[in-house]
Design a protein around this ligand. Structure first.
Ligand SMILES: NC(=O)c1ccc[n+]([C@@H]2O[C@H](COP(=O)([O-])OP(=O)(O)OC[C@H]3O[C@@H](n4cnc5c(N)ncnc54)[C@H](O)[C@@H]3O)[C@@H](O)[C@H]2O)c1
Length: 453
């Protein structure tokens, strides 16, 4: 099929590459000139495992191309995917300006019938607004052909996006007409050869499904974080509780890890947008509000623990920070808990030695002043980061941090203090190695504050 994907971000670029992989002819439209230039050179502007070889291969074969000209993208196209960002607007709702701008452009540009598909995460009713906008502009141009609009929300996870797209758990198709559903089923058929995982529903239900999925996952995390807070007060280890409840198949083992809060480009903004949708309907979203409040609090736990440990005196302290990306496997820093911690540490006058396998460049841009003054040092080596440190804080659970040489680390640090923001370490083992260990919702282990000072 001839496809156009608008927006070459985490979702658009993966979508374009994976559809090209299945033999479709894909033109990807990207308006950011720097991103476009890199893509045309075959460089992936984001960190996403497996994407680079696909991009190179399909660029070379001509199966995939990039442009900033929408007219070029939609020439003889059968399906257009909208995959632009929907960040949080000032009032908490999803900012639809990028999506609606694309709809306007399509109305001014299309010259023949096609199917337009919202892949961006958008509130219920957006497909109707997109359809209306396109038709209005077509009518103004004296064109009366049909442009159908469907919803196909994306469920890929950054860090395993290619794998998720190539072998989806499910493909949600929101279509209010049979022709659109048939066209999308044909497009997705090669991805679903072993097992038909297409879930077809109305457009509005598909739009809502994406929000409900993200809100539910965020709720699981915030629920566990709340339990962790209570565990800490009762002298119970949340890790025992997690294993205890995760073995119940009705609960499951996923998304029940207590930690220093969720971030990323989806959960925070999607929970906020759903709250705003509820408010606009005069419906009180009590659970969603609690999920959001718990997460905001959770992101401050590490700085609170550091303040408490250093009796409020962080100025001049050297803090090693492991992991900056909002989760392992990506360089995405959007709403990352590390940023809340970094802001607070730098404002308090601490010196930070941070490391991350792929996200340092983004942090260097964001904190250029602190990097220039030497207050923030960035690198890829976990061992260099702990040199002379008064405390080590694990924020993102990258694999390379799972089993480091703690004896070596102890020798490098000024004080052997470990704050485990993701509860990835065995507290007893760390304690035995001579550290003071503090996790989230776990009893403190190892040497006391006075002993390590
Ligand atoms: N990132 C994820 O893991 C993920 C997962 C599922 C769904 N989503 C949803 O998918 C959508 C896109 O997310 P993302 O993370 O890929 O965003 P992104 O910000 O990484 O990418 C959006 C891209 O669209 C481009 N763009 C914006 N307006 C354009 C226009 N008019 N023409 C051409 N290009 C334009 C931007 O320059 C940018 O490169 C959002 O609605 C998001 O909620 C994201």
């Amino acid at each position: 099929m001839r496809l156009c994907v608008i927006g070459a971000g985490y979702v658009g670029l993966v979508t374009a590459c994976c559809f090209a992989e299945m033999g479709n002819r894909v033109v990807c439209v990207e308006r950011d000139p720097f991103r476009l230039a890199r893509l045309r050179r075959g460089e992936v502007p984001i960190y996403e495992p497996g994407l680079q070889p696909m991009l190179r291969e399909h660029l070379a074969s001509g199966q995939l191309s990039f442009t900033d000209e929408l007219a070029e993208g939609v020439e003889r196209v059968e399906i257009v995917f909208i995959a632009v960002g929907t960040p949080t607007a000032e009032d908490g709702s999803a900012d639809l300006s990028h999506v609606l701008a694309v709809a306007e452009q399509l109305g001014r540009t299309l010259t023949r019938p096609c199917l337009v598909v919202d892949k961006s995460t958008v509130p219920v009713g957006t497909a109707e607004r997109v359809a209306w906008s396109i038709r209005e502009r077509l009518a103004a141009r004296g064109l009366g052909f049909a442009v159908r609009v469907a919803s196909n929300p994306e469920f890929l996870k950054e860090g395993s996006a290619v794998e998720d797209f190539m072998r989806p758990d499910r493909v949600v198709l929101g279509c209010d007409d049979d022709e659109s559903a048939e066209q999308l089923r044909r497009l997705y058929a090669p991805f679903l050869r072993n097992h038909d995982r297409v879930l077809q529903m109305g457009v509005r239900a598909a739009e809502f499904t994406k929000y409900a999925a993200n809100a539910f996952l965020a709720t699981k995390i915030s629920f566990m974080n709340e339990m962790a807070g209570l565990c800490a007060r009762l002298g119970v280890d949340i890790e025992d509780v997690r294993r205890g409840i995760g073995s119940d198949r009705r609960i499951g083992t996923h998304f029940i890890y207590a930690g220093c809060g969720y971030g990323g480009s989806c959960f925070p903004k999607d929970v906020r947008a759903l709250i705003r949708s509820a408010e606009l309907e005069g419906f009180e979203p009590a659970i969603l509000r609690a999920v959001e409040a718990r997460n905001a609090l959770q992101k401050t736990l590490l700085i609170q623990a550091l303040r408490e440990h250093f009796n409020g005196l962080l100025r001049g302290r050297v803090v090693a920070l492991w992991g900056l990306a909002f989760k392992p496997g990506t360089d995405d820093l959007r709403e990352a808990p590390s940023l809340v911690l970094l802001d607070a540490l730098l404002a308090a006058g601490a010196r930070v030695q941070a490391c991350d396998p792929v996200a340092c460049a983004g942090v260097a841009t964001r904190y250029a002043e602190a990097v220039a003054s030497g207050q923030l040092r960035l690198g890829e080596s976990p061992y260099a980061a702990v040199e002379g440190a008064d405390a080590l804080v694990l924020v993102t659970e990258w694999k390379q941090f799972r089993q480091p040489d703690f004896a070596r680390i102890r020798g490098l640090m000024r004080m052997p203090v470990l704050f485990d923001g993701r509860n990835i370490y065995d507290s007893a083992e760390i304690a035995e190695l001579g550290f003071l260990y503090r996790g989230i919702g776990r009893p403190q282990a190892g040497r006391s504050k006075a002993e390590v000072a």
